[in-house]
Design a protein around this ligand. Structure first.
Ligand SMILES: [Zn+2]
Length: 265
């Protein structure tokens, strides 16, 4: 059904509309979007139209989802797949947005076989083959230069889940080597955990120390939000992420910084 999906997407694009003023405001809101070249930006705009056609964004907990919210979430979700394609988000459909942190409830069985019921405040959550759930209050912390981005974080988990339970190893491309990925990430993860234990700050969210899956998600959000930080702290991880996402945001940030500084000179 590949031809049919392509035909349908071409039709959606032909009829699809995105308010130009809203799109422009969204582009200007996020440094990692405004730094894109003209071709990339147009490709992102098309992906956003397709994303919003295929993935309904619903409010929960009293959240009224305006177009501004929809487009902001879609733009950030699609930056990850700019050079991968929308099929990387196959197998699930819905995005749910709460106004603020929400409570996740789940049961787990401990080593003694006792079942515990847990309620935990969350800023975002991704379900395997299920929805992406986000706190809008936390999503608004994105693009402020401190590397934090809950939307990119949750959608990175989605990519990690393409080959089963999230473990920090998404399906790599044919021209990538699993051993290189594993070497780069394992060494960086070990170093990062040591630094967190020692109370050292490297400009990457401590939450990355939680597990290899969280490390991949946090490194992905930092890769887009603050790429020079990742490149400086863990150059091998930067190379692997750059090959996986097929993007070089550090180069864009440097070029954007130069362009931004030019008028003042
Ligand atoms: Zn996470």
């Amino acid at each position: 059904m590949e031809w049919f999906r392509r035909w349908r997407r071409a039709r959606v694009l032909k009829q699809g509309e995105l308010d130009p003023a809203l799109w422009q405001a969204t582009v200007e809101r996020y440094p990692f979007v405004i730094e894109l070249g003209a071709d990339e930006l147009e490709r992102l705009r098309e992906l956003v139209i397709l994303f919003l056609h295929e993935k309904p964004v619903h409010g929960a907990g009293g959240m009224r989802v305006r177009d501004e919210v929809r487009v902001a979430i879609a733009a950030q979700a699609c930056i990850l797949i700019l050079n991968l394609g929308l099929d990387y988000y196959r197998g699930w459909v819905e995005v749910i947005v709460y106004p603020d942190e929400f409570v996740a409830e789940y049961d787990y069985v401990d080593e003694a076989g006792v079942t515990h019921h847990v309620e935990e405040a969350m800023t975002g959550e991704s379900w395997e083959r299920g929805p992406v759930i986000l706190s809008w209050a936390d999503a608004q912390e994105a693009g402020r230069g401190h590397g934090y981005n809950v939307v990119i974080h949750e959608f990175a988990h989605k990519l990690d889940m393409l080959n089963g339970e999230p473990n920090g190893l998404p399906p790599l491309h044919a021209d990538m080597e699993r051993s290189r990925w594993a070497d780069a990430f394992a060494a960086a993860y070990e170093d990062f955990c040591r630094r967190v234990d020692a109370g050292e700050r490297v400009g990457i969210d401590d939450y990355a120390a939680e597990s290899p899956a969280e490390f991949f998600a946090v490194m992905s959000e930092t890769f887009f939000e603050s790429p020079l930080t990742v490149r400086a702290a863990y150059p091998e991880v930067y190379v692997q992420l750059s090959r996986f996402y097929r993007q070089d945001p550090a180069a864009r940030a440097v070029a954007g910084g130069v362009a931004a500084a030019a008028p003042a000179a």
